[in-house]
Design a protein. Structure first.
Length: 326
């Protein structure tokens, strides 16, 4: 727990007696409320990232079931996924707390604010990871449990500890951890792997660099100040925008490839083509702004960043709806 010290002021009028009056206690300890503590621990899990991962889990379960999957397996998978993702994100916060304190985008997280101690956060993250592994193993299956554990270990040791601060390819390969929900959702229903979830795995893999680099273009100074070699830090805006465009093209082609691989109906390929066209148009606009010499906020990279979230959500929703209409 942390303590806040505030000055206590006595509102009473001054005493008329000539005798000195005792001074009030100059400080008072204010403990955080239960709500503040809970909010801090929830913040460690990065709820927005969890939401995005769940979007790539549940729709795949509909595709795997060729219809509506069982409620029990969906709930069990969601609980396990939330615990697993929360664990990885919490440990990430612990390991990155030094740079999070210096970056505008992250300085309000619980650890930089000293709302939670590193030791408590570490214990919290480990407990969540253990619970996730056991919950998925006993209530879903051990293949899904193993995949979730592998994703967590890769995110912590592969991305956070090894890649993030050492290579410009950090998010390209580190993003693999965020692709695992497609495999977990599929195996939760079928108990085995197949080409369909692998294609969706690749869609998320190629989606991650444009999504992350567009954000990094907006906060380039933040990453540069803490020596994290994100692509926009070490490359020009034009070079970064070109690579975003290249990954976007491959992502769209991969998303369309799911049509013949999974044998979907007309809903999914139509959505993949329309959404893909919109994504490529936004990526092209970013590239054109880079060619004009724009930098930083003038590039308006957050347009692509926000649309990338919409793109992924709608694409996977289309994948879930498609089998319901066949």
């Amino acid at each position: 727990m942390f303590e806040v010290f505030v000055t206590a002021v006595d509102p009473r009028p001054a005493a008329t007696t000539s005798y000195p009056t005792p001074l009030p206690d100059a400080t008072a300890v204010v403990s955080p409320s239960v709500r503040d503590v809970v909010k801090a621990y929830v913040g460690l899990t990065k709820p927005r990232i969890i939401e995005l991962l769940l979007i790539t889990t549940v729709p795949v379960m509909f595709l795997a079931a060729a219809g509506v999957p069982g409620l029990k397996v969906v709930v069990a998978t969601l609980i396990g996924g939330i615990l697993a993702s929360g664990s990885a994100n919490t440990i990430n916060c612990v390991l990155d707390r030094d740079i999070d304190e210096q970056m505008r985008r992250t300085r309000r997280r619980p650890l930089p604010r000293h709302a939670v101690s590193p030791r408590s956060a570490t214990a919290f993250g480990v407990v969540l990871g253990v619970l996730a592994t056991l919950e998925l193993g006993f209530f879903v299956n051990w293949l899904s449990s193993g995949l979730a554990l592998a994703a967590n270990l890769f995110y912590v040791f592969g991305y956070t500890m090894l890649l993030k601060r050492r290579t410009v390819q950090n998010i390209v390969w580190g993003g693999i951890a965020g692709c695992f929900p497609t495999l977990i959702g599929w195996t939760a229903v079928t108990g085995k792997l197949a080409w369909t979830p692998i294609v969706l795995f690749l869609v998320v893999f190629f989606w991650t660099p444009p999504h992350t680099w567009s954000l990094a273009m907006r906060y380039r100074e933040d990453y540069a100040s803490v020596d994290v070699p994100m692509l926009p830090v070490v490359a020009t805006p034009i070079s970064t925008a070109r690579q975003i465009m290249a990954y976007s093209v491959v992502m769209v082609l991969t998303s369309i490839a799911l049509w013949p691989v999974a044998g979907t109906g007309f809903v999914y390929p139509l959505a993949a083509i329309v959404l893909g066209f919109a994504f490529l148009r936004e990526a092209r606009r970013l590239l054109l702004r880079a060619h004009t010499g724009a930098e930083g906020a003038a590039l308006r990279p957050m347009r692509l960043f926000h649309f990338s979230n919409i793109y992924l959500a709608l694409l996977f929703i289309a994948a879930a709806i498609d089998p319901l209409l066949r």
